[in-house]
Design a protein around this ligand. Structure first.
Ligand code: ATP
Length: 468
């Protein structure tokens, strides 16, 4: 993260340039819910695409699924979410706001405690409400799953949950996928989709929200090989962020302590990013052991073991799970790309996004709105549109239009000027170096494709060189 990037600057840029808006804003917004605008939706789509390409498309040992958000309620009993997916919560006796006990505990540890002659409460509940300073209640367990009812009657028997992770949709389809894909272990099943958690303390913009998108891979392996596959996926996932432009010094790995592991995990690493509020989890990579398949076999009565033709053994596979958030990744990519620079004694804000992630790959800008220039500029735009996400902008001065494109991270601007009418050439201006080259209009597509790295979604060689 650049030292001058604050969350306020990112939130403001996102609003100003159409990346992210508060949800239901005309009604005053809804706490911790956000809507993606025209730029945000492209950035998010590119993050998803980059993940899917690295995890599914480029590999022959991973296939994808798209499973439903609502599942049989027994799925969540078997998975342990009904019993264990809880956060201890304390409530302020004055303002009634609820807080995660863990958060209060961290704060209380940072603050010097008042000396009590005869302390009667454990240290964490000596903390006070961060909002109003009031006393806090004892902690209570609070299930993070959103509950609803299927059908017209609101009764216990028709309870359904909105999934808090996409992983369970994969586990319950393990047998279907193995039988239909005819693939052998190690085999990964990947999924991207919405998850819902009734978080107690959402916040920090899109870092923690109650509705968010997961990118999850469940990688099924032979027991005994799980340790080496965990190491493999930790490295793969760390490198994915670096390859997509996040600076290495802003990323670190953290292994979970024994007491911190989720109920299903044998081991777990977090990829952490240096967000403006400090180092925080970007992605978790867990060894889920054979916990989930064993539980689903038990609750469903189905045999979910796998016959390994090579070793002629039957076993319940172990699972390595890299689990990332689309929204949290979007936030990290935005923060890491944000720069404020002085260009010709003027401040410019530029998003140095990797071209594969940039919402717009190119913007076509006629030098002015002159009626002689418009037809050619429109023709150039129409020529590029089928190949790249392209923008067309002819409002205000050219300098301001360059700045607007810099702020949304467009790697290339193509300018059509009066000279273009005669020599049929246009100027390509590069976002980061500000270098300009003139090329024949008929070779624009090919030149841009080469600069962007062949496939529009590939990592650009140009960028890779610059990162070194
Ligand atoms: P945290 O402790 O930060 O809430 P977690 O450990 O509960 O996260 P996991 O269950 O490991 O998160 O989920 C994997 C990833 O999904 C996280 O690393 C994060 O990127 C994303 N994620 C989880 N919860 C949320 C949320 N409420 N809002 C946005 N993204 C989330």
């Amino acid at each position: 993260m650049s030292s001058n990037v604050t969350m306020e600057k990112i939130v403001s840029l996102c609003k100003r340039r159409g990346f992210i808006f508060p949800s239901s804003e005309i009604y005053g917004g809804l706490s911790s819910c956000w809507d993606y605008g025209p730029m945000g939706v492209e950035l998010k789509r590119n993050v998803r695409h980059a993940w899917w390409k690295a995890i599914v498309q480029d590999r022959d040992d991973v296939v994808g699924v798209d499973t439903s958000i609502m599942m049989h309620p027994n799925v969540w009993k078997a998975s342990g979410h009904v019993d264990s997916f809880t956060d201890p919560l304390v409530e302020c006796k004055s303002c009634h706001l609820r807080w995660r006990a863990e958060e209060i505990e961290n704060q209380a540890m940072k603050q010097p405690q008042k000396e009590e002659a005869h302390p009667t409460t454990p240290p964490i509940w000596r903390g006070t409400c961060p909002k109003c300073g009031g006393d806090l209640t004892e902690p209570r367990l609070f299930n993070l799953m959103f509950k609803s009812f299927m059908g017209p009657v609101e009764e216990e028997a028709s309870t359904v949950y909105l999934r808090p992770e996409t992983a369970q949709g994969i586990f319950v389809n393990f047998e279907n996928v193995v039988n239909t894909s005819r693939k052998k272990l190690p085999l990964g099943i990947a999924q991207i989709g919405k998850s819902f958690r009734n978080e107690i303390t959402p916040g920090n913009f899109i870092f923690r929200t109650r509705e968010f998108e997961h990118m999850e891979l469940e990688y099924f392996v032979k027991p005994g090989t799980d340790g080496q596959w965990l190491d493999y996926w930790v490295k793969e996932r760390f490198d994915w962020y670096v390859k997509l432009g996040i600076r290495k010094e802003n990323l670190r790995l953290r292994q979970h302590g024994k007491g911190e592991l989720a109920h299903y995990a044998k081991d777990c690493y977090d990829v952490e990013y240096l967000f403006p509020m400090g180092w925080s989890e970007l992605e978790g990579i867990a060894n889920r052991s054979d916990y989930d398949l064993t539980q689903h076999a038990k609750y469903s009565g189905r045999d979910l073991s796998y016959y390994d033709g090579q070793s002629r053994e039957r076993y319940i596979p172990y699972v390595i799970e890299p689990s990332a958030g689309v929204d949290r990744s979007v936030l990290a990519f935005l923060i890491d790309a944000y720069r404020e620079e002085m260009v010709e004694e003027e401040k410019r804000v530029v998003l140095q996004l990797q071209p594969a992630l940039a919402p717009m790959k190119v913007a076509v800008l006629p030098l002015s709105r002159n009626e002689k220039l418009t037809p050619l500029a429109k023709k150039v735009y129409q020529q590029l549109c089928p190949s790249f996400m392209a923008d067309y902008d002819d409002s205000q001065g050219i300098g301001r239009r360059y700045r607007r494109q810099d702020e949304i991270g467009t790697p290339f601007c193509v300018t059509v000027d009066f000279q273009s009418l005669e020599d049929h050439q246009a100027t390509i201006r590069e976002r980061d170096s500000l270098a300009q080259i003139r090329v024949p209009i008929e070779t624009l597509e090919e030149t841009l494709r080469a600069k962007l790295g062949g496939e529009p979604f590939d990592v650009s060689p140009l960028w890779a060189t610059r990162q070194k």
